[in-house]
Design a protein around this ligand. Structure first.
Ligand code: ATP
Length: 422
């Protein structure tokens, strides 16, 4: 059986991963988890999300198929006990996939990818559930069924580029209080090979622990269970109530669609080629905005203030630079996650030199004149430019990274192997 779950939490507490962690414990009497529990990040632009638009799936090998109804009962009663029903925006959903005909797999693999890259309607989930006779419980407006079904779909059809996250949970009486961990031990753990985004070296910040009142103490991301467990062993902290290693689609760029600028729609995420057509400018709040274009269309791109030092690079772009941008589009502005500078514009058109000074323009299309000797020239001159940046791939710092964004370290990372030195 595959159990899919979503939308049980609120900004003031709880978290669907914690409900899943509790269920893993409770389900032990009925069977075993097949492989790993799945933590799936869906479209990061969905306005209904509480935080990171996560949905969960538990593939369970039941000891006795006769237990299926008891398991459903246990899952729904635990969800009803733990979900924050009082929150207006909490609309829990749970699905139970028991049979997996090929037709269902085809439909679900499409649906799950659309949940990561596109915007779905509740009725689309309900139709799919009805078409394949999948049992489910949807609460309130039932929106959680979208994420629950999408996560279950990935458990059924597989993840093409899996990563792992070990989430450690806090003791209940500490929820809402400041988290305690020994910082030196965290910095040491952050260096574990095959893990990333435990700390932000450039901004000298530990970034693997949330600041909200939820049950999560911290989460360690990496390429294998071995790598994240190895880092976990190094961390000294307040007591860990329980921990779970999830298989995830985090840090894979699964949300990005390769497209042309003219195809861009709000609330989706893209990889786009273009040429800088308006130079970067810094606006109120410290955000840096520039424009890219291709032969058909133009789009604003932004490096927002939280991207910190990444903005220094963006400010150095000039009109004519060829780039590939990666990020989500909201209100016709792409929020940069990464940028590849393919080539730099190394030339600029300038007023000609005469008598050791730049000649004065005599007006648009009227040529130039030397103020000293009166000489004239029709055309400007093209001069080569010294640039302070180089072609290459650049990314926002870990403190500003979105869950789905693939960090550059993953592009060159060798396949998973044993990472523990002890
Ligand atoms: P947390 O990260 O703390 O678990 P969250 O950020 O995952 O919270 P939810 O509370 O799960 O946010 O709310 C997201 C809601 O949006 C869910 O009901 C989910 O089913 C729905 N949803 C997710 N992806 C899409 C999508 N692509 N289209 C439409 N609705 C979606």
């Amino acid at each position: 059986m595959i159990i899919g779950l979503d939308d049980t939490d609120s900004k003031n507490g709880m978290c669907t991963t914690y409900l899943t962690a509790v269920l893993i414990e409770k389900l032990k009497g009925y069977g075993t988890i097949k492989g790993y529990p799945l933590l799936i990040r869906l479209n990061p632009n969905i306005k209904y999300k509480t935080r990171g638009n996560a949905a969960l799936a538990l593939p369970v090998e039941l000891n006795r198929s006769a237990d299926a109804e008891n398991v459903k009962q246990l899952v729904t009663s635990t969800l009803e006990e733990m979900a924050v029903f009082s929150e207006e925006n909490t609309n829990p959903g749970v699905v139970f996939i028991e049979k997996t005909p090929q037709r269902m797999q085809n439909d679900l693999s499409l649906f799950s990818m659309r949940a990561v890259q596109d915007v779905l309607e509740i009725h689309e989930a309900l139709e799919l559930l009805a078409r394949h006779g999948i049992s489910y419980r949807g609460y309130k407006n039932k929106r959680g069924l979208i994420g629950a079904l999408a996560a279950a779909g990935f458990a059924l059809c597989g993840l093409p580029d899996p990563t792992f996250e070990l989430i450690a949970y806090r003791e209940k009486e500490r929820w809402g209080t400041p988290r305690w961990m020994d910082e030196d031990s965290v910095w040491a753990a952050a260096a574990t090979p095959g893990t990333w985004d435990t700390a932000d070296y450039e901004n000298k910040r530990i970034v693997f622990a949330p600041h909200s009142p939820d049950p999560i103490l911290f989460g360690i991301r990496g390429r294998s269970e071995d790598a994240v467990r190895c880092a976990f062993l190094m961390i000294k902290s307040e007591p860990v109530e329980r921990h779970v290693v999830y298989k995830t689609n985090q840090n894979t760029d699964m949300h990005l669609i390769s497209a042309k600028i003219s195809d861009v729609q709000d609330d989706r995420s893209y990889i786009l080629d273009g040429r800088v057509s308006k130079a970067p400018k810094t606006i109120e709040g410290g955000h840096v905005i520039f424009e890219i274009s291709d032969t058909c269309a133009a789009l604003e791109c932004a490096a927002f203030e939280p991207t910190k030092g990444f903005r220094h690079l963006i400010r150095q772009l000039r009109a004519g630079d060829e780039v590939t941008v990666y990020g989500s589009v909201k209100e016709r502005t792409l929020n940069l996650e990464k940028i590849k500078i393919n080539s730099l514009n190394l030339y600029e058109s300038r007023n000609p030199l005469c008598c050791g000074k730049r000649m004065k323009s005599m007006g648009r299309g009227q040529g130039y004149r030397c103020e000293k000797c009166g000489a004239t020239r029709k055309e400007p001159v093209t001069e080569s430019l010294q640039r302070n940046i180089s072609p290459g791939f650049y990314e926002v710092p870990p403190s500003a990274r979105r869950h789905l964004a693939k960090p550059l370290v993953r592009f060159d990372m060798p396949p998973a192997a044993s990472s523990c030195a002890h």
